[in-house]
Each structure stands twice: as structure tokens, then as C-alpha cells.
Design a protein around this ligand. Structure first.
Ligand code: 13P
Ligand code: SF4
Length: 311
């Protein structure tokens, strides 16, 4: 174990801290974390930990969510520049205007949103429980779904619900929609294709309207859903259509299998901004604390709690 890893672990024990890391984090961050998972799993961990400090190795909205559900804990984000292009596609004023035009609609916000947007929402969801959340809403209610249009179309297709969908996208996953999956399928005919619902291609695959490849071998999952699929699958090859950070965990789970990213360029720079040095600095100096103003946190808590209760 190298010196910085030792120091981080010592600080963590001394301060009763827990390190949470998203599946897209750099390998060395995943390896030192107490828990690695998807947005839903990380929120669940943040809500039940008895640590005094949560160091969130992920992006800003994830640390905000942890702070909202665990207001008595100190939540640290090692680098404040860890943003999210998808969360930036809608702000609270834009949502308020949308709601004014649809006064009786139910607002379902993907967890990739700011605390202010969550405070204007009825439900939050993650990619792993979005279908269940929408199914829990009475059929006679109109739904405003935000901000990811690909996840929105996917959920609308699976639930057979008409929804108004915000026109947002993540810059990493949107580009995956432009990739020629046919080529990948020819190269890896026996592989299972695991696709994140934020990808530009997920809806067309699901609807079979634009057949890039054999849909029988493709599965749409959140990042943790991909992990679970691989654990139980007998396949030996997998093509992974999401941010490449997840390959580290997949290879650890099944070292004997082959994992091919649909593109080596599928990299989220916000997720990669966290380094061991920044993590050490964050724990040592208790920087940068993420706090959500109480009047916003109170309103944002209810949709998040609803999200956590529907799994
Ligand atoms: P997951 O909840 O599937 O991990 O997705 C989070 C995310 O930011 C996807 O880009
Ligand atoms: Fe946001 Fe996309 Fe990065 Fe996920 S991969 S954190 S949605 S920018």
C-alpha cells in the first residue's frame, strides 16, 4: 500500500469518515472507497451511515443529495469543479415556468439535478428506479420528466405513459448514440451489450425502430444494474455502453471475462477530477463542505425520500 493511501485510511479512521465512490471514479479511488455504487446505492449508503463525515467521490449533485438526506453529517466533495453537464441543462426558474404551464402535472426529476430543481419536484428517481417511480404515479396524472430526454423516452416506452420530457442530455452518453453499434456487434457477436439509459441509442434499441444490432443481446441498465447483470451472466464477453470508469469494477468482479467499452472516449471529466491527492486534502482539511440552505433542503428532501422508498 502506498503512503498516501495509508494516510487517507488513517485520517478516515481518526475522523470516523466514510468514503463513497461512484462507479465512474478513477480505479485508485474505487479501491480505497468503503462503498462503490450507482446514484441510488450511494444515496442509500449516505442515508444510513453512522459516520460523522461523508467524503463523496462523485459529482456535486450527489454530494448535495447526501447532505440533504443526512443534514447532521459533514459532506465533503474533494473538488468543487466536479459538476455534471446533464444537471446544468435545467435550473429552478426554468422548471417553475414549465410547471406554470402545467399546473396539475407531477414533476419527476432525475437525481442528476441541483438541489433547487429537486426542491421544485414531486419525485426524484435514478436510472435504476425511474420506471418504478413513474409506475407509482396515478395513471390520470400528467408527468413532467426531466432533465434527460433519452432516459425520459426510455421510461415512457417501458411504462407506456405519455410524458412531457425536458430536452437535456449528458455530453458523454449523448455521443454514444452516434456510434455504429453494428460494427461492435460484428466484432463481438457473442457479447452481451449493456447500455446505460442516458445513451442516445437506448430508446431506439428498446423500440427496435432503429436496429443497430440484435436487441436480444442488449440490456438497458443503470451502472449498478450492469454490475448485477454481469455477476449472474454466463456470457464471457460484454460490450459496455457507458462511462469507462465502470470497467475497473467489472473486471474485478469477473477477471476471466472480456469487457469492451463501446468507445474508449466515453469519459466524464467531472468524474475523473477526483484524485487521491484531492481526497487526502479533503479529509485532512475537511474541505469542501457541501451544505444546502435549509429552506431548499426541506423542500428537496421529500422527493428524495420518495425516490429512496421506491426501489
Ligand atoms: P447511475 O445512477 O446509473 O450510476 O448513473 C449516474 C450517472 O451520472 C450516469 O451518467
Ligand atoms: Fe453527469 Fe454525464 Fe458525468 Fe454522469 S457521466 S456525471 S450524467 S456529465
Amino acid at each position: 500500500m502506498n503512503e498516501i493511501t495509508n494516510e487517507i485510511l488513517k485520517l478516515k479512521r481518526g475522523k470516523n469518515a466514510v468514503i463513497l465512490a461512484h462507479n465512474y471514479q478513477n480505479p485508485e479511488i474505487q479501491d480505497i472507497a468503503d462503498f462503490v455504487g450507482d446514484s441510488l446505492g450511494l444515496s442509500q449508503q449516505a442515508s444510513k451511515t453512522d459516520a460523522d463525515i461523508i467524503v463523496f467521490c462523485g459529482v456535486h449533485f450527489m454530494a448535495e443529495t447526501a447532505s440533504i438526506i443526512s443534514p447532521n453529517k459533514k459532506v465533503l466533495l474533494p473538488d468543487l469543479e466536479a459538476g455534471c453537464s446533464l444537471a446544468s441543462t435545467i435550473n429552478a426558474n426554468q422548471l417553475k415556468k414549465w410547471k406554470e404551464k402545467n399546473p396539475n402535472a407531477v414533476v419527476v426529476s432525475y437525481v442528476n439535478t441541483t438541489a433547487e430543481v429537486k426542491a421544485e419536484s414531486d419525485y426524484c428517481c435514478t436510472s435504476s428506479n425511474a420506471v418504478k417511480v413513474v409506475n407509482a404515479i396515478p395513471k390520470n396524472k400528467k408527468i413532467l420528466f426531466l432533465p434527460d430526454r433519452f432516459l425520459g423516452r426510455y421510461v415512457s416506452a417501458v411504462t407506456e405513459r405519455e410524458m412531457e420530457i425536458w430536452n437535456g442530455a449528458c455530453h458523454v452518453h449523448e455521443k454514444i448514440g452516434d456510434i455504429d453499434f453494428g460494427e461492435a456487434y460484428k466484432k463481438h457477436p457473442d457479447a452481451e451489450f449493456l447500455i446505460h439509459p442516458e445513451c442516445g441509442c437506448s430508446t431506439s434499441c428498446l423500440l427496435k425502430s432503429q436496429m443497430y444490432f440484435d436487441c436480444a443481446h442488449s440490456h438497458i441498465y443503470s451502472t449498478e444494474g450492469m454490475i448485477d447483470f454481469v455477476k449472474q451472466s454466463e456470457a464471457e464477453e460484454f460490450v459496455i455502453a457507458t462511462e469507462i470508469g465502470i470497467l475497473h469494477r467489472l473486471k474485478k468482479i469477473k477477471p476471466q471475462s472480456k469487457f469492451y467499452p463501446i468507445s474508449e472516449q466515453s469519459i466524464c471529466e467531472y468524474m475523473k477530477i477526483t484524485t487521491l491527492g484531492k481526497l487526502y486534502n479533503s479529509l485532512m482539511n475537511e474541505k469542501h463542505e457541501i451544505k444546502v440552505p435549509e429552506e431548499i433542503a426541506i423542500r428537496a428532501r421529500l422527493p428524495i425520500e420518495r425516490m429512496l422508498s421506491i426501489v
